[in-house]
Design a protein around this ligand. Structure first.
Ligand SMILES: [Zn+2]
Ligand SMILES: [Zn+2]
Length: 412
């Protein structure tokens, strides 16, 4: 196969040399543009030659015709543990996986057949902000192993463009169901009251069912499907605050100095996932269309038309760390700053806390009981107090008797 590898003809051009000093320029999140690492020269991200603004690619033909590769010189590392393939700058050597911190990473040749991102959301949250978020998140953790705080501070926070597919589609939904209407019937019944049978009435609810059907037309815009291998689905889904209205045309410059994961969920699989998202939305929309008091046997058939897709990259800061051999991740949405994290629980701390709570409850219970006893004692005749007090000696009783109120001190 003579597939074009998208490896730049002039690799230096793709490494974004500074026009002033010749140093390497990287994309700066705080700036929203390129910045020279050495002389701090700034410039806008150069547009991809031939890029023509955001466009949606029709599913069927688009898959065949989509440009391939990242268009920038990268080295691809694959994690043997979580399977994620992450592209880094050629000069960046990585010893551990961006997503799971495993050291079983191997360099693999780039796959020239991967569809090129159509758009991306550039990083807007500066790296320092993400690092600060990570540190304060760690500091606020309860019931976590103490070792975690010192250990995780050593780990690094990486900005990685996470691959997503987004789909647009017109959906025509036809539905059939049974629509139920409630009606009430006054029934008489016999009730036994004080041994006598009396006739009473009550309202009983019934449902009248009627066949119903209908149709509706909806447009779905930017249904996102995460195509990452490194992010667990649940965690990826928790990062919900992306604004896809801020997608810009893909340009390799945005990746300079950043990592980018190659998608691991292929387009047809992602489209199936998007369809199931659309289906469940249409199911509930049609359900409310049926009307009535109750719905049963709802069946919805969806027809898709004008389906288009985009492969997009979304910015996420990832701090991956391992604890007791298990990977955990802390994420910051690189567009909005939204924070999500996983951390191990310290069962020792939780057990100690439970014990402490039980001890406090025990102390409170003891105080309450002793107060109740106190007040109970105060209401008892004084003689009983002494009668129950085995420590009281005859002498003390004699002394008290001499003190005056001898009658109440007599036993029995
Ligand atoms: Zn420079
Ligand atoms: Zn990994």
């Amino acid at each position: 196969m003579t597939q074009q590898t998208q490896q730049p003809a002039n690799p230096q051009a793709q490494q974004f040399q500074c026009p002033q000093c010749g140093g390497a320029m990287v994309y700066d999140a705080g700036l929203g543009g390129m910045k020279c690492k050495y002389c701090k020269h700034q410039m806008a991200v150069p547009a991809q030659p031939g890029a023509s603004g955001p466009r949606e690619i029709p599913l069927a033909e688009g898959y065949q015709r989509a440009p391939r590769g990242l268009g920038v010189a990268t080295i691809k590392f694959q994690c043997k543990e979580c399977g994620a393939s992450v592209n880094t700058a050629p000069n960046e050597r990585t010893a551990s996986c961006t997503y799971c911190a495993s050291h079983s990473v191997i360099e693999v040749p780039p796959d020239p057949n991967l569809i090129q991102p159509e758009n991306l959301v550039p990083f807007r949250v500066a790296r320092e902000v993400a690092v600060t978020s990570f540190k304060s998140w760690l500091a606020d953790l309860w019931f976590r192993p103490s070792k975690l705080k010192t250990m995780a501070e050593l780990e690094q926070v990486f900005g990685v463009y996470v691959p997503y597919w987004t789909f647009d589609s017109q959906v025509f939904s036809r539905w059939h169901a049974e629509r139920g209407w409630y009606y009430y019937v006054t029934e008489t019944y016999q009730d036994n009251e004080n041994g006598e049978w009396v006739t009473k009435t009550r309202e009983v609810r019934h449902t009248r069912w009627e066949p119903a059907s209908g149709q509706r037309q909806d447009f779905f815009d930017d249904v996102l499907v995460c195509a990452s291998k490194g992010l667990p689905e649940k965690l990826a889904d928790s990062l919900t605050s992306f604004d896809t209205k801020q997608l810009v045309p893909y340009a390799p410059g945005y990746l300079a100095g950043w990592r980018a994961e190659s998608y691991a969920v292929d387009l047809p699989v992602a489209w199936t996932k998007a369809q199931s998202t659309i289906q469940s939305t249409q199911q509930s929309r049609c359900h409310s269309d049926v009307g009535g008091d109750e719905v049963r046997g709802l069946q919805v058939q969806n027809q898709y038309s004008g389906e288009t897709f985009k492969h997009v990259l979304l910015p996420v800061y990832v701090a991956a760390y391992r604890f007791d051999g298990k990977p955990y991740r802390f994420l910051v949405n690189g567009q909005t700053g939204e924070v999500q994290g996983e951390a191990p629980y310290s069962w020792v701390k939780i057990t100690l806390l439970v014990l402490a709570i039980l001890a406090v409850i025990g102390v409170i219970a003891a105080i309450v009981i002793s107060r109740q006893e106190d007040s109970a004692l105060r209401h008892l005749p004084t003689s009983s107090v002494f009668a129950s007090n085995t420590q009281s000696s005859r002498e003390s009783m004699m002394a008290l008797r001499l003190g005056g109120d001898s009658v109440r001190l007599s036993r029995g």
